[in-house]
Design a protein around this ligand. Structure first.
Ligand code: GLC
Length: 421
C-alpha cells in the first residue's frame, strides 16, 4: 500500500465522528493545534470533513474567546489529567484551562481562499481567540504562556528556567500518570516536571480559571517563540481574511495593532548570545539557553532583522551537520539533548512543516527543502510516528499519528499540484 493511502487510513481510523484524535490510547480527545494540521491533511481528499474538524474545534471555545488545548467529549479513564482534574471550565464542552499555539487562522485562510461563506462563518470566533491572546495572555506587550502544555512543546528544556522557580504545591492532590503506561516512559517527561505541570493546573482550578489572574498570578510565566511567531503569522492571515471579507475598519485596525505589537515584541525573544530566538522567563528576564525547533520560526512569521535571520541560518547549518534528520527539537550540541525524549531532541512533523514553509517563502528554499525531505525520509523509514529520533529517523512516542499523516498528505498534494501546473 502507498504511504499516501496509509496516511489517509490513519486519519480515517483516528476519526471519532466530526473530530480526529492524535492517536488512539495516548491521546483520546480532540487537541487544538493538532486539529488545525489535521484539517489541512483531510482537505486533500475531503473538504467537507476537513471543515468539520475546524468547526468542531471551535465548538470548544470559551465565552472569553479562548480555545482550549484539549476538548473532552468523554471521560476516558485511560487518560490523565482528564476533565475531572481540570475542574469546572466555562466552555459548553469540558476542556483543559490553557490554550495552544493559534495556527488555526493560517490554515483556515489557506482552506477558504475560494470559500468566502465558510470563511465568514468562523471569522468572528477566530478573531475572539486572538483578542484573548492579546488581552488575557499579554503582559506589557509580550504574549505570555502560563503552562508548558500551552506552548505545545511540553517538556522542552526551554521551560526549565520557569519550572525551576516554581515549587510543587504542598497540597498537590495525589494522582496516577497514564502517559507513561501507553509508551516507553523514557520518552516522556520526568516525575518532577509532571508534579509542576499539575501544580499549575491546581492553581488555575483554584481561581476558577480566571485567565487574567492565571497570567498575572500563576506560578509559571514565560514567553514562547512558538506561540509568538505562530500568532504573529496568524494575525497577518486574520487581517488578510478581514480585508477580503470587508470587515469594519475598526476590526481591521485592531488586528493591525496586534501585528505592530507582535513585530515590536520580536526583539524581546532575541537571544543575542546564542544568535537565535528562544524562550524567556518574563518575571526574571532570563533567556533559555538552547536552539529549539521554533527558533527559526521568524521566517514563518516574516519577522526579525536581516542580521538576526543570518545568525539563525548559521545555527541551522551548524545543527544540520550534527544530525541525520532535521530539525531536532533541541540543540544537539546542548548537554541536555536527548534524541528520544519527547521535546528534548526528536523531530516534530508540524514544526518541520512550519519551518520549511517559512524558509521557502523567505528566500531559503534549499534549507526549506532539506527540512521537508528529512521528515519525509524519516516517515519513509519508520512510518507515521508522533516524532522521530534526529540521529536515526526511528519513530518515537505514539504510532499511527494524525498530524504526521496530515503533513505528509499536504506535501504530497502540493507536489501533485505543482506537477500538474
Ligand atoms: C503532546 C504534544 C502537543 C500535542 C499533543 C497531542 O502533548 O506536546 O503539542 O498537541 O501531544 O498530539
Amino acid at each position: 500500500m502507498s504511504l499516501t493511502q496509509t496516511a489517509i487510513d490513519t486519519l480515517v481510523k483516528n476519526d471519532r465522528g466530526g473530530f480526529t484524535i492524535p492517536t488512539a490510547g495516548l491521546y483520546p480527545y480532540q487537541w487544538n493545534w493538532d486539529s488545525a494540521f489535521i484539517a489541512l491533511g483531510i482537505a486533500t481528499y475531503d473538504m467537507d470533513r476537513a471543515w468539520a474538524e475546524i468547526t468542531s474545534l471551535l465548538d470548544g471555545q470559551w465565552p472569553d474567546g479562548m480555545i482550549p488545548s484539549i476538548i473532552f467529549r468523554s471521560d476516558d479513564p485511560a487518560y490523565f489529567p482528564g476533565p475531572s482534574r481540570w475542574g469546572s471550565t466555562p466552555g459548553d464542552i469540558p476542556s483543559t484551562g490553557v490554550s495552544q499555539p493559534p495556527v488555526l487562522a493560517t490554515i483556515v485562510r489557506q482552506l477558504t481562499e475560494d470559500a468566502p461563506t465558510r470563511r465568514a462563518q468562523v471569522f468572528d470566533q477566530i478573531f475572539a481567540w486572538h483578542k484573548w491572546y492579546h488581552e488575557a495572555r499579554t503582559v506589557d506587550g509580550i504574549v505570555a504562556t502560563v503552562h508548558p502544555w500551552e506552548t505545545g512543546r511540553d517538556n522542552c528544556p526551554e521551560w526549565n528556567i520557569g519550572l525551576d522557580q516554581m515549587n510543587i504545591a504542598p497540597d498537590l492532590a495525589p494522582y496516577t500518570r497514564m502517559d507513561n503506561k501507553h509508551v516507553n516512559p523514557q520518552y516522556r517527561p520526568t516525575q518532577e516536571q509532571y508534579d509542576k505541570y499539575l501544580t499549575i493546573v491546581q492553581f488555575g482550578d483554584s481561581i476558577g480559571w480566571d485567565q487574567r489572574r492565571l497570567t498575572d498570578e500563576g506560578p509559571f510565566l514565560m514567553a514562547d517563540p512558538n506561540i509568538h511567531f505562530v500568532l504573529l503569522r496568524a494575525d497577518k492571515d486574520l487581517l488578510a481574511m478581514a480585508q477580503r471579507l470587508g470587515k469594519a475598519a475598526a476590526v481591521q485596525d485592531e488586528i493591525k495593532g496586534w501585528i505592530a505589537k507582535g513585530e515590536a515584541a520580536t526583539d524581546y525573544l532575541w537571544n543575542d548570545d546564542l544568535g537565535a530566538f528562544t524562550a524567556r522567563d518574563i518575571r526574571s528576564g532570563v533567556f533559555s539557553s538552547g536552539f529549539s525547533n521554533c527558533s527559526a520560526l521568524c521566517f514563518y512569521a516574516d519577522a526579525g532583522t536581516p542580521e538576526q535571520r543570518a545568525r539563525v541560518l548559521d545555527n541551522l547549518r551548524r545543527i544540520s551537520g550534527a544530525v541525520e534528520f532535521m530539525l531536532p527539537s533541541w540543540d544537539p550540541d546542548a548537554a541536555d539533548f536527548e534524541p528520544q525524549r519527547y521535546w528534548c531532541g526528536p523531530v516534530w512533523p508540524q514544526m518541520n512543516y512550519m519551518t520549511a514553509l517559512g524558509l521557502t517563502e523567505q528566500g531559503e528554499p534549499e534549507l526549506g527543502q532539506q527540512i521537508r525531505d528529512d521528515l519525509c525520509r524519516a516517515i519513509e523509514k519508520s512510518g507515521f510516528w508522533e516524532c522521530f529520533n534526529p540521529l536515526t529517523g526511528d519513530g518515537c512516542v505514539g504510532a499511527n499519528f494524525s498530524w504526521t499523516a496530515a503533513v505528509w498528505l499536504s506535501w504530497q498534494h502540493e507536489t501533485k499540484l505543482e506537477g500538474v501546473a
